[in-house]
Every structure is written in C-alpha cells, then in structure tokens.
Write a protein that binds this ligand. Structure first.
Ligand code: MN3
Length: 244
C-alpha cells in the first residue's frame, strides 16, 4: 500500500520520462511475468497508469490521455467512493467484482461509476506503447476456434465498437459456458454486471466514448478503432484468458 501511495504521488508530480523510468524501476512486467492486475484484483482506488500520458502517441495523444485519466476516470473513482459511502457498501469486504455482479441492487449512480471506474482501470492495462505484439499460442487457438481467424475476430470487435450508438464499450469476453464472444455495452456498463446482455469475463475492452478520441479523431471513430489495435497489450489479454 505504501508503495502504491508513493507511486501515485510520483505519477502526479513526475515528468513523462520520469514516470516511465520510475515504473520500470518499480518492476513493470517482463515476458513470462504477470501482465497486469487480474480482474478480481481491480479495487476501488485509481492505480497509476502503466505508462506515461504521451507513450501511446501517435495513436492516442498525450492531452487526451491526461484528461481521460486525471478528469474522466478519476471522476468515476471519486463518485464510486461517494456512492459506496451513501449506499453502505463495505469496500473492505465486498470486492469490486462482487459489486458489479450484483449491480442491479444499487442506484444508477453506483452502476455508472462502478462501471466507469472498473472499465478504465481495465482499459489502461489493455494498452501499451505500440509494439508488434500479437496474441500468443493458446489464445490464438481459442480465437481461431471461435471466429475462424485473428483478423476475423478483430473485424467483428471493430464492428461492435463502430456500431455502438452513442457512448459505450466494445468487449471480447469469455462467456460463462467458456466460449469467446464479442459485443458492446452502453454507457459504463460491462459484461460482469448482472444487468448486462453480454455476460462473461472481459478479456479485452475498448472505450468508444468521444472523450477517448475526439481531440485527435473528431468524428472518425473508425480510424481511432483501426489504429487502436497497434496498442493492444496481448500479454494482458492472454493473462485474462488464462485466468477466466
Ligand atoms: Mn473513458
């Protein structure tokens, strides 16, 4: 905890280069290690970005990432905390995943902000500075089994993201009957929620709210989606697949 607090303070005050160097020194995952926070480990506090705000350029610009992380995502985290206090959720005994799985019992404010907080904590980990990373062996096999090829999966996922009307998310999930599926959710809903049409463990998620891309792409959501594939952290997706 102390280490996390320190890292949090650091990310607020550090320069972009300093952040990356600091997090690498703090032990960023290397090949073969855990790629990120497991779904069940995502808690109620906002974790440091695993990279600098400008590290995803040119696909996502630094200003967008800064505003997205410090304003939008931080706002969901704060409002989630307020909702938990108001609705008497003991966050020391109720995990965020448990809360999401029974979200129908809570207010709309809880639904929007528990979803908003979780989705962004998950989303940051789905990305990394552009690499030539591709899905690994067992995940690739499962994708081929479900969709025919990795490219077909990407096309279906991109279509789900493009066709989500208004604000929302596209998802690749492992369904409860252990199949891979693609779909989208509105607003800040997600596939862990009991009210969701698409149910399952999220493996990969994409934010298609305008705040995620508008500065750079304006109305060209399709271009944002096409470019976003260059950022996908496939080790994180593989980890989610292994743990699903
Ligand atoms: Mn967002």
């Amino acid at each position: 905890m102390k280490n996390k607090m320190h890292r949090r303070t650091f990310i607020k005050t550090g320069t972009q280069a300093g952040i990356s160097a600091g997090l690498i020194a703090a032990g960023l995952p290397a090949l073969g290690q855990v790629a990120g926070l497991a779904i069940g480990q995502i808690g109620y506090t906002q974790q440091p970005l695993p990279y600098g705000y400008s590290s995803l350029e040119p696909v996502i610009d630094g200003t967008t990432m800064n505003i997205h992380y410090t304003k939008h995502a931080a706002g969901y985290t704060k409002n989630l905390s307020d909702a938990c206090a108001a609705e008497k959720v003991d966050t020391t005994t109720t995990s965020l995943e448990q809360l999401l799985r029974s979200i129908s019992k809570y207010s709309t404010k809880m639904r929007n902000n528990a979803g908003g907080h979780f989705n962004h904590e998950f989303f940051w980990q789905c990305m990394q500075p552009a690499t030539t990373s591709e899905p690994g062996g067992s995940l690739t096999q499962a994708i081929i089994q479900s969709f025919g090829s990795v490219d077909t999966m990407k096309t279906q996922f991109s279509d789900a993201a493009k066709n989500r009307f208004g604000s929302g998310w596209a998802w690749l999930v492992m369904t409860p009957d252990r199949k891979l599926a693609i779909g989208s959710s509105s607003n800040q809903d997600n596939p862990l929620m009991d009210i969701s049409d698409l149910k399952g463990k999220p493996l990969l998620g994409l934010d298609v709210w305008e705040h995620a891309y508008y500065l750079n792409y304006q109305n060209r959501r399709a271009d944002y989606i096409a470019n976003w594939w260059k950022l996908v952290n496939w080790s994180f997706v593989q980890q989610n697949f292994d743990q699903a």
